[in-house]
Design a protein around this ligand. Sequence first.
Ligand code: GDP
Length: 295
Amino acid sequence: MFDNLSDRLEKSFKLLKGQGKITEINVAETLKDIRRALLDADVNFKIAKKFTDDVKVKALGQDVLSAVKPGQMMVKIVKDELAELMGGTFADIKLENKPAVILMSGLQGSGKTTFSGKLANMLKSKKGRHPLLVACDVYRPAAIDQLKVLGEQIKVPVYTEEGNLDPVKIAKAAIQHAKANGNDVVIVDTAGRLAVDEQMMNEISAVKKAINPDEILFVVDSMTGQDAVNTAKEFNDRLDFDGVVLTKLDGDTRGGAALSIRAVVEKPIKFVGTGEKVDALDVFHPDRMADRILG
Ligand code: GDP
């Protein structure tokens, strides 16, 4: 196994001790190490380069070498900068309206339906809300059944219209249903496809226009690495979403997609999925993700 970044930097700085302040030349090797760690974590190349350039400017201004553990100080600079780039602090979702309407977007298999159930469960058990789940994936009966099963499991009602192939009508009717039945959050699960296509984008744009959601969340599988960034960009260009949900972080991905997506679409990551079970959901902590990316 390789040393972690902290150990590697400690070693490279040991060789430099006694040379006084950090200079362009003696920091080059260190920055290469940092860039390698980012690339290993699947951070997009351009973003890794810009990041290390920014860190260089910060480090050059500081007397890192005179620190007792210069490597650790450098790691701290890098971690703080990474966390800052990924959002600094936790970004909440907008729930003021009654009902608050949340629209899910993302590719098929990204974890939209699972996340819809997790979010409903979290809002119900931790915030005392009364969510309604809405099945708008009209093409896949299995997806509707999956949401129904989830709803039963967490004891949250699920709105479906068997045989109706118009997601706009279903979504609008679901909001009326929520108003009539005291549901104060409406979570709309939509159809995804295996790749971005025009029909899917038109459909979800039409749903957005019809129901004017308080929050549009883009759900993405963190294991998809660089592809995640392109997908995020395409969805954001069309939907101007409010936040990102990174799923499957229980896998062995280092989570570089978090940094890349944030840098490319400039939207906060709000939640992370950490398993298949309905309670495997966390709010996003930029500092923890920075630790994970750097290894
Ligand atoms: P959708 O097509 O976007 O609605 O995706 P699904 O919610 O059906 O999820 C696709 C698959 O990913 C299912 O087998 C889920 O159990 C699984 N899944 C979703 N979220 C997570 C997660 O955070 N971790 C793991 N390990 N699996 C997940």
